[in-house]
Write a protein that binds this ligand. Structure first.
Ligand SMILES: [Zn+2]
Length: 142
């Protein structure tokens, strides 16, 4: 299996690609497209997400992870969004935002979008952005 292969078989066949032992704090369902349930198999992404979760030592609520192209367009995602492969929007509720960011950075994530209610992380080019002016104010408090 190619590391970045987009798996489009039946959902049942996907279960064998999920490793509960390596990624105990995440389910395949919460990383799948919210619209159609398609998954994107990227073990290295999940290894790092689990590392960030372990470092943060708090539950991660995943608002959005993989998006198929149709769902990405519907939610107004960027045409080349990392969500088309795999990215994670992690809810800020229950987190000290700066600590969450540091855990994700220490786990090796390279792309960061700072929003009012979540932190976007991905393994794309090293870059960061603010969702809007209010998000910038929130994140600059720290
Ligand atoms: Zn979809």
């Amino acid at each position: 299996m190619e590391a970045n292969a987009h798996i489009q078989d039946s959902p049942y066949s996907l279960i064998s690609n999920w490793d509960n032992f390596r990624w105990p704090n995440f389910t395949q369902a919460e990383m799948a497209c919210r619209h159609c349930g398609v998954s994107y198999h990227w073990p290295e992404f999940m290894n790092r997400l689990q590392k960030a979760r372990t470092l943060a030592a708090r539950p991660f609520r995943i608002h959005s992870a993989h998006r198929c192209s149709l769902h990405n367009a519907r939610v107004g995602g960027a045409p080349l969004s990392q969500h088309l492969k795999l990215a994670a929007d992690i809810g800020l509720k229950g987190h000290e935002p700066r600590a969450l960011y540091q855990a994700c950075r220490d786990a090796g994530f390279t792309g960061f979008g700072f929003y009012q209610t979540f932190l976007h992380i991905d393994l794309g080019p090293r870059r960061s952005w603010y969702g809007n002016t209010k998000a910038k104010q929130l994140w600059q408090i720290y």
